[in-house]
Design a protein around this ligand. Structure first.
Ligand code: MF3
Ligand code: CO
Length: 249
């Protein structure tokens, strides 16, 4: 069931969205060669506590951390640990939190020091693909217009989009209806109406779109070992267009 949020609910979504966005800014500033992913996790945990927010991922289906950190060929759901980030890596940082029962969910993929030209292009194209999707979050469009725009842009730049994981409605639960794929034909699926809140999250690969889950039961990686990037924002559909709840800069 797709839930439509009232103005009062969207006010609360703005707060969780802003905290999540600010946490990502802080995390991005800490991403440098030498830091471990578990140090980043701790920063996010402390930031949420300080801002009266409850981590959304911790304990979700048994997930053991506050954030997901997905390095290089890892697509999503990498678990923070002792791994040290190195120059030339890219790291996807995915975070979510509840404020007064309303969820914000966002991700950015950061370059660790200097990265290859190809990796840099992957980051730019994935971020822009997210923006193309957000632009479609308008009353009168349909859900598949989002994925169509994402896919068209990413593929026009020579990259592929992951099919096995999708964006989602968001509100009192992190994952609500509808599913929001990052691919597909235009003008299909539910109509986009005022008060919908959606988390758009393209995962874009340099090589094959095919992915698999590692033995830990969480970490999703590309089948060919080539790099993948992930960007996500939580969007509210308003009368005059999309409002990005998690983008703070
Ligand atoms: N941000 C992810 C999503 O949008 C959720 C992470 S999965 C979790 O679906 F298990 F870590 F919570
Ligand atoms: Co999400």
């Amino acid at each position: 069931m797709i839930t439509i949020k009232s103005e009062a609910e969207i006010k609360l979504m703005r707060v969780s969205g802003k905290v999540v966005g600010q946490a990502l800014l802080e995390l991005g500033a800490k991403v440098k060669p030498g830091i471990t992913t578990q140090e980043l996790d701790r920063v996010a945990y402390d930031f949420f506590k300080k801002n009266d927010c409850v981590p959304a991922f911790l304990g979700y289906h048994g997930y053991p951390a506050t954030i997901c950190t997905s390095i290089n060929a890892e697509v999503v759901h990498g678990i923070p640990g002792k791994r040290v980030l190195e120059e030339g890596d890219i790291v996807g940082v995915d975070i979510g939190a509840y404020y007064k029962g309303y969820c914000g969910d966002s991700a950015r993929t950061f370059a660790v020091g200097k990265v290859s030209a190809e990796a840099k292009k992957l980051l730019e194209v994935t971020f822009e693909a997210l923006n193309k999707g957000i632009e479609q979050c308008r009353i009168g469009n349909r859900i598949s217009d989002i994925g169509h725009a994402v896919q068209k842009y990413a593929e026009s730049k020579g990259f592929s989009v992951v099919r096995d994981y999708v964006g989602h409605g968001i509100g009192r639960a992190m994952h609500e209806d509808p599913q929001v794929p990052n691919y597909g034909k235009p003008h299909q699926g539910p109509r986009i109406v005022e008060g919908m809140c959606l988390a758009l999250e393209p995962m874009v690969n340099i090589g094959t779109e095919e992915v698999k889950v590692l033995q830990d039961g969480w970490t999703v990686v590309t089948k060919d070992g080539k790099f993948s990037a992930h960007f996500e924002d939580t969007i509210a559909v308003l009368a005059d267009g999309p409002e990005n709840l998690t983008r703070v800069s």
